[in-house]
Design a protein. Structure first.
Length: 118
């Protein structure tokens, strides 16, 4: 079973960038698809991006396509979310999980807060 810790969040102005990291424990990290999800205040948790186990395929929500890039380093047991051209509506707690849908996530971590000021 994979355990995950998210980091890299913070406060940034609109148009700025942040890079989120997801550190995984467990030897089976490379076998899982990895996804990033977010939950804004008062809203339901939503899918942001996912990457296949080999990093050969990536998937993005329409709202972040062209601005966010998901990647992974299986040798380091880490996944990343590079976020550029951030908008105030990107403000949320961001989570990583070994899934590509919200329903597929068994356990949520603590997440990392991203706040984008206008």
């Amino acid at each position: 079973q994979v355990q995950l810790i998210e980091s890299g969040g913070g406060l940034v102005q609109a148009g700025g960038s942040l890079r989120l990291s997801c550190a995984a424990s467990g030897r089976s990290f490379s076998r899982y698809v990895m996804g990033w999800f977010r939950q804004a205040p008062g809203k339901e948790r939503e899918f942001v991006a996912a990457i296949s186990w080999s990093a050969g395929r990536t998937y993005y929500a329409d709202s972040v396509k062209g601005r966010f890039t998901i990647s992974r380093d299986n040798a380091k047991n880490e996944a990343y979310l590079q976020m550029n051209s951030l908008k105030p509506e990107d403000t949320a707690v961001y989570y990583c999980a070994p899934a590509c849908t919200v329903r597929g996530v068994r356990t949520w971590g603590q997440g990392t807060q991203v706040t984008v000021s206008s």
